[in-house]
Every structure is written in C-alpha cells, then in structure tokens.
Design a protein around this ligand. Structure first.
Ligand code: FBP
Length: 730
C-alpha cells in the first residue's frame, strides 16, 4: 500500500522510479529520491496546483456574479423624495438628545435621466467616504461595500472609499485602508467581514466622540457609513448628531443575522422587513439541521439538541422551524406570553391573585419538551431534533430577574470602583462570595439591596455552569452574551431529570410494533394474544404500536403484572420472549448537542442577501449625494418580488426608545421580537403538532437544500417574510 502511494508521487515526475521506488541514475544505476524532493516535484504539477488552489471554481463563479439592481439604479442620477405616508412618533428623550436629526422623515430614492445642473453637480462632486463594520459578521457585508464602491466610481472616478479596520476601533485609532477596485473584486458576494474586519467597540464617551471626529476631519470625510445592528445604528445616530456641525453625514445600514432590525411605522406599515444576513444564517442553520433530521431518522437513536443564535429574539429559530420542520422548535417570545389558567382559577377560588401564573417557568418548558419526546417514543420514534433559540432564557421570568439584577450589580460595581467586576472577582467562587456578602448586608441593614437572601438561595441551587453563564461578562453595549450561555444544557438537564421520573412512573415507553411483537412471541413459542392483554395497555386499540402497561417498570413489576393478569403463575419465570419485549420498551434517551451560530454567520450569502446588500450599498450613496444624515439605508418591499423593491432612507432617531443597559435607562434603537400574532408565527403554531411527528409513519421534515446565490430557487426570500406578507393579500 505504502509503495503504491510512493509510486503515485514519482509517476508524475519527469523520471519515473523502478518498481522499488528507486530513481534511475544517468549511468543506469538507481538511487532513491528523498521523499521531500519527490513531494516538492509533485506539488509543481499544474494539475496538483489546480486541485488545491485557494481559488475554487465555486469561488470564481461567486466572484463573477453581478446582483441585479433596483429599477431606480438603472438611471444615472438619484434624488430623495419625502414619503410622508410613513409616520413615526419619536421618543421625547430622542428629541432631547438628537435635536438635529430627529425631524428626519422617510425618504424614497427616485431615479432621473436629466435632472437640473445642481443635482448633477451634487451627484458628481468628488467625495471621501468612510465605511466601518460594527458588531458580529453577517453575510452580505462585502456587497454593501461593492454596491457603494461601484456607485461611487460611476458618480466620480476620483471618489475615495476608506475602510476602517477592526470595527469602530479603526475610527478611534485612525486605522484604515483606502479600498481599491481589486479589493472589492476579491470579495464580491462573499460572506464574512474579512476585507476590513469588525469589532464591537462602542463610541459612547465624549472622548471617543472627539477621536472619531478628529479622524473624520483629518481624512476630510464627507460621510461615514456604519454597517451594524441595533446598537451600531444607535451609535450612528449619535455620531450623526455629533458630526452635524462639521457637515459630515452619517448613514447606517441594517446588519445582523438576528433579524431583529425590522421597521414598521406607527400605522404598522413595514418599511424594513429584515436586516441583511438573517436569510443566509437561517438557511445555513436550516440546511445543517435538516442533515441531522436525515441522520437521526436513519440511525434512530439520538435526539439532536440544536441551539441557534439570535440573541434575545427567536426570529432565527422561527425561520429555521419553517424551513426544516424539526420535531420541536421553541420560540422564546411565546413562553413569555403563556398563562397558567389552572393556577389562575385556583387563586381565584382562594380569593387571591397568582402573579407567578404568567409566563412559563423553566420547569414548564422542560415538561413541554418531555411531552413531545414521550409521544414520539410511543410510536417507536425515540429520536428527533429540537431547536432552542439561544435567547430563550430571557423569556423565563425567574431567569430574566437574575439577568436584570446581575446586570445592575455588575454595572454599579464598575461605576464605583477603579477595577471592573470581572477583574476584581475572577472566579465563580469570588463572584458568589460577593453576592453572598450583598445578601448578608441586606439582612443586616434596613437599606434596600437589589440582591437579597432569597435571590442568593435561588441562585445557589443553579448548577455552577449556569451560574457562570449568568455572571459572564456583558458586551461593550451592556448586552447579556447569550451565545456564551449553555441554554440548551440548562433546559435539557431538567428534561433528562423529568424523563427519568416519567420512566419510573411508566409513562415514558418505546412503542413496540405489533408485527415485531407477534414475531418475537411466535419465535419464542408463545401465543401473542394470550400475553397481549396482560402486557399492553392498548392491545385491542392501537395504531400499529403497542404500549407496555404503566405498572411495568422493571422485570419484577413485569412479573407481578403478568401474575395479576393470571397469564403466569407465581412459581414461573417470565418467558424470555416477554422479557425481550419489555426490554425493547425501555427507552434510552441519548442526546447530541450542536450550536448553530458562528458557522451560519460566516456563510457566503444567499441570492437574497447578495442582492439586498448590493442595493443597500447603492442606496447609501444616493442618501449621501442628497445630503442625508442620521438616516438608515433600507429597501422597502423586501417581502415582495424583487421588481417591487424600493430603496429608501429611514430616520434612525425615530426608532429609538429607552432600555435598561448596564443598569441604567439608555436611549437605543428598539429591537423587534417575534410577534406571536404574526401570520408566520400562527402558521408555525398551527403546524407544529404535525411536525412533532408523534404518529406512526414518515416524518414531516423539509429539505431546504444548500445555499445558492443564482438561479430560480427558494432562496428568493425568508419564509417568515413570505407568510407575513401573504396575509395582506387575503
Ligand atoms: P450583531 O448583533 O452584532 O449582529 O451580532 C449578532 C450575534 O451573532 C448574535 O446572534 C450572538 O448572540 C452574538 O452576535 C455573538 O457575539 P460574539 O460575536 O461577540 O460572540
């Protein structure tokens, strides 16, 4: 074998070895070519170079794809037209803090062939524009740059585009590159933010604002483009305000795989259905999760637990659910809305009110999952796929309380000490000691303390990995870092505990196929009908699967049950065939854990995201050439056919509200959570019992297929968007 491989290497080089791998010498003698030399020779071959080239064929094809542009971009000049039909009521605090941009309105980009000279001059004016990626990567970012760059070159070849490196730090530290045509061409339609990288620094202090301003003025920037999520667009609004006097425009671009930038006006009209990157991430997760569906329904032995990214909002979980139809998909927003009617009635009878009846507890969530697992096992399916959104715990009251209290404690500590909380208390024990001390102080003094003995007691019963997760460092925007939290393990720990109880109670059993039962018994020389009624609870009335009686939870209780039914005498042993059937009915709960996040986030974009982002880049330039600032570039009608897409600018200031961050109320852009009254959620809720597949027969899994960027496919737009839009056409 070894020799064959060596021969393969030599066979392609200029002179070939003999059968023993020895090279012929000029005088006819042979010598052995050193392995390294042979490998070096082999590597020089054109075919080898081609086979392992960094530039795959798929890459070349992607790079050469040109996304279509919205109709208006087929004209050379663009103007902005106010769209007063979209109304927003801005927050008083936003009015106070963002006075120069708060009166912005929604603006529509319109195309023109022969506008006034003044418009042509404004369009063609030579400009310097800076662009920065902020926050987590999202597929399509490079096409924002490509769209902007192409539009800039078209407007004036002397225009310059600067890319700030490593996120907002690049602005603060004057770390930038001038983006060239070659760079743009090397990243067209590609995922990641590799061209200029990204970072999560927040420009949130007077000093940082000053640095940002210095960089922008030194580079003689006309405009700064911030490609980011809700927090980064918040930053864009504050920068737009700070740079207003300098005449430097600031434009935001809605990026985040979480899908939580969705804008509706006060009348519920959607003008930005989703941020870019969401579709690709959801499709990437969906493809991988569907592969697990194929695998688990083949080897029928594992439950796959899939935690999916998305921060607080469950948009990605919902879209994945709609794309793949996994057996169980949890949606955080729904749990918060749960009302325990039984508890409410009980409290009413007692003349009290039970506030704990609102919202689901962790225990109730675990029971919900157990119910699905038990029902599937009853029809012989002791396997399946569960999707859990990473931010689920935010919607569980008892956990949310901890998150908020700990946010405040950590922020208070950081605001009053010279070291930060995590440096001062590096280990879990250190942190727990500090909390214990707070609880003690609350007992001993009459001063209100946010952490009391009850909090401490409840916190101490949580498993250490869960405590570590809750105490983990917040990001620079004060967000709880859900992706660092083992949400799935917390929930599944409770599930496993409860399944054991259900198994002990005889409620969790594998259903036995009727034919399999009859065959085992007959082969064992026993009459299946004689034992059938004694052994099973549904012998006469089954759907092809038999369920061993609840009383049977061990060989001992099996014997007792058979004796009681008078099919066995106390002296007899349980027949081997019956024992075999009993053992088959005992389920083994085996799990595999997966985290879908960074992988989907780094995927190359779908057609939807390639096209969306390229047009966003073009929209950015139209906003800039028309003097806009404090606006977010967006595409209206994303939920519709591409021909209806409409580039617009949305006032960021109007999207702000007050939110608790790092222990204090802060003005930030509002995140959109899953609306459980939306058509997409209602369709999901109506179908989920079917997708659970707790009936004999085939599964209802859906194959979304791999991501594509060209050609007719379902990659056209997210299913959530399609469903939410359809309702408007009924
Ligand atoms: P953005 O909000 O910055 O787009 O990031 C989204 C996200 O991918 C979340 O889904 C996830 O919780 C978080 O980033 C992970 O953060 P990090 O990259 O810092 O680990």
């Amino acid at each position: 074998m070894q020799k064959n491989r060596r021969n393969l290497l030599y066979a392609t080089s200029a002179c070939k070895p003999d059968a023993g791998g020895n090279m012929p010498e000029k005088n006819g003698k042979t010598h052995e070519m050193p392995r390294e030399t042979a490998t070096a020779e082999f590597l020089k071959q054109k075919e080898v170079e081609q086979a392992i080239s960094d530039t795959s064929r798929a890459l070349r094809e992607r790079l050469s794809f040109t996304p279509p542009v919205c109709e208006v971009f087929n004209t050379p000049y663009h103007l902005l037209e106010d769209a007063p039909e979209y109304k927003f009521h801005s927050h008083p605090e936003a009015r106070k803090q963002l006075p120069d941009i708060i009166n912005n309105v929604v603006q529509r980009v319109t195309g023109h062939e022969n506008p006034d000279d003044a418009v042509i001059q404004a369009h063609c004016k030579q400009r310097n524009i800076g662009i920065v990626f902020s926050g987590g990567p999202a597929p399509g970012g490079h096409n924002v740059i490509a769209g902007l760059y192409d539009a800039m070159v078209q407007a004036n070849e002397k225009n310059r585009l600067y890319g700030f490196l490593m996120g907002p730090d690049g602005i603060l530290e004057k770390n930038y590159i001038e983006i060239t045509a070659d760079q743009v061409d090397a990243y067209r339609n590609l995922g990641g933010f590799g061209m200029i990288k990204t970072g999560r620094t927040k420009i949130d202090s007077g000093e940082k604002m000053k640095k940002a301003r210095n960089t922008c003025t030194e580079l003689e920037l006309d405009a700064l483009v911030i490609v980011g999520g809700d927090d980064s667009n918040t930053n864009a609004a504050f920068l737009a305000q700070a740079l207003y006097e300098d005449g430097i425009q600031v434009i935001g671009v809605p990026k985040t795989i979480d899908g939580d930038i969705q804008v509706q006006d006060d009348n519920g009209n959607s003008i930005c259905a989703v941020s870019f990157g969401f579709h690709t991430a959801a499709r990437a997760f969906a493809h991988n999760i569907n592969n697990l569906c194929s695998d688990c329904s083949s080897d029928v032995k594992y439950w796959h637990i899939c935690k999916v990214m998305g921060r607080v909002a469950s948009h990605l979980a919902l879209e994945t659910g709609l794309q793949v139809h996994p057996n169980i998909t949890l949606i955080g927003e729904e749990l918060a809305d749960f009302v325990d009617e039984a508890r409410i009635r009980k409290a009413e009878k007692e003349g009290t009110v039970d506030y704990t009846a609102y919202g689901m507890t962790l225990r109730q969530v675990s029971r919900l999952i157990c119910d699905g697992i038990v029902r599937r096992a009853a029809v012989g399916k002791n396997y399946g796929v569960i999707v859990i959104p990473e931010g689920l715990l935010e919607f569980i009251n008892e956990i949310q309380m901890f998150i908020i209290k700990l946010n405040t404690i950590i922020a208070d500590y950081n605001n009053t000490h010279d070291t930060d909380f995590h440096t001062r208390f590096p280990t879990l024990d250190d942190k727990l000691d500090y909390l214990r001390q707070m609880a003690r102080m609350s007992r001993e003094s009459s001063v209100f303390s946010i952490w009391n003995t009850r909090d401490d007691d409840l916190f101490n019963v949580l498993p250490p990995f869960f405590q570590i997760g809750l105490l983990t460092e917040r990001d620079s925007h004060g967000n709880f870092q859900f992706s660092q939290m083992e949400t799935d393990r917390v929930i599944m720990g409770l599930v496993e505990d409860y399944l054991k109880i259900l198994a002990d109670r005889g409620d969790y059993k594998n259903g036995i196929k009727v034919e399999s039962y009859r065959q085992t018994m007959t082969e064992g020389g026993l009459d299946p009908d004689f034992f059938g009624h004694a052994l099973f609870r549904n012998y006469d009335d089954n759907e092809g699967f038999l369920l061993v009686k609840k009383s049977v939870v061990s060989i001992k209780t099996l014997k007792q049950t058979l004796v009681k039914a008078e099919v066995l005498s106390p002296e007899q042993d349980v027949p081997r065939a019956v024992e075999t059937i009993y053992k088959q009915s005992v389920p083994k709960f085996k799990t595999q854990y997966h985290f879908y996040g960074y992988d989907g986030r780094g995927n190359d974009p779908t057609w939807f995201d390639c096209t969306y982002t390229y047009n966003l880049g073009k929209t950015v330039l139209s906003l800039i050439t028309n003097g806009a600032t404090g606006q977010m570039a967006a595409i209206n009608n994303l939920e519709k056919d591409f021909r209806d897409w409409e580039p617009i600018g949305i006032p960021i200031g109007a999207l702000m509200h007050l939110e608790e961050r790092q222990g204090k109320l802060t003005l930030v852009m509002e995140r959109a959570l899953v609306d459980i009254d939306s058509p997409a959620f209602r369709v999901f809720a109506a179908k989920r019992d079917h997708w659970l597949g707790a009936v004999p027969g085939e599964e209802g899994y859906r194959r979304p297929g791999p991501i594509r960027y060209a050609g007719e496919s379902e990659d056209a737009r997210p299913i959530t968007l399609i469903l939410n839009d359809l309702v408007n056409h009924r």
